[in-house]
Unconditional design. Structure first.
Length: 282
């Protein structure tokens, strides 16, 4: 009955209030008019009150008359939880993205600083600024150990084209073979070096400059190996040459030797002193 009254009173609130005015006019100022007016107002309020409470949680009224709160929809709850998880995941990803970006910027700055230091050191040594990555080294006067420090790996300098250069010691070099084990050699390595023998010269005499390494030897300590390099208009000063009998024979027969000098023993600091220049030779 109460539900029926609510349904009837809500939509008819305006009509009921109007009815109250009509009753009051009909009965005049008698007590019955006031009673009729009060009944109309209470009925209207009773019908409006459920609409005013709509902000409260929805309730169900079963047949037994007891009210029970409606259970939350599990699908909606799951969606809400999933959205919260996605929001948190997006926040974590954004934080990680910022961390990676900062790390990359720091690494970039450090690489730029390191590259700048290498370029300055190369220029001070008389070498191209990008000597570590450039193959061609032209019109330079430098010490072999500076080149090894800036562009070498271990005791190996690989794949350089020397043109119109003066290569100075102290140091002992070998240019014929790559002494690295096969598994450590790059796939594109070029073992052979090339020489413009007409323009290649060594300061000193063959007996004091050339060092023969026995065939069974796996290399000599302290030797700098120039692998896959080319030499055009190159002059060696204060540099000893070590190699197999075949390599020493090549240098002895094809290269011009100028002046006199002596080179220290292999495996020790090499010392070079030019005694004199041949008459008429620069």
């Amino acid at each position: 009955m109460r539900n029926i009254l609510r349904r009837a009173a809500g939509p008819g609130i305006v009509a009921l209030v109007g009815l109250g005015f009509d009753l009051a006019n009909f009965f005049g100022s008698s007590a019955l008019a006031y009673v009729a007016w009060a009944v109309a107002v209470l009925w209207a309020v009773y019908g409006v009150w459920p609409w005013l409470k709509r902000w409260r949680p929805l309730t169900l009224v079963p047949a037994d008359g007891e009210s029970h709160a409606v259970a939350p929809d599990p699908v909606l709850t799951q969606l809400r939880d999933r959205n919260e998880q996605l929001d948190q995941l997006n926040k974590n990803l954004e934080a990680e993205r910022e961390t990676v970006s900062n790390a990359l910027q720091l690494e970039k700055r450090e690489n730029e600083q390191l590259r700048g230091q290498i370029e300055r050191a190369a220029r001070e040594a008389g070498l191209p600024p990008n000597v570590a990555t450039e193959r061609r080294i032209a019109n330079c006067d430098f010490h072999i150990n500076d080149l090894l420090r800036l562009a070498g790996e271990g005791f190996i300098i690989e794949g350089k084209d020397f043109e119109n250069c003066t290569i100075r010691g102290p140091g002992v070099i070998s240019t014929f073979e790559d002494v690295r084990p096969p598994e450590q050699r790059p796939d594109n390595t070029s073992l052979g070096s090339t020489y413009d023998t007409d323009s290649l010269s060594v300061e000193g005499e063959p007996e004091s400059v050339l060092w023969e390494v026995p065939w069974e030897s796996e290399g000599a300590n302290g030797v700098i190996y120039l692998v896959g390099c080319s030499f055009t208009r190159v002059q060696f000063k204060g540099v000893g040459i070590a190699g197999s009998p075949e390599e020493i024979k090549f240098w002895r027969e094809n290269v011009r030797f100028r002046g006199r000098g002596s080179v220290g023993l292999l495996g020790t600091d090499v010392q070079w002193e030019v005694v004199r220049e041949e008459d008429g030779e620069g």
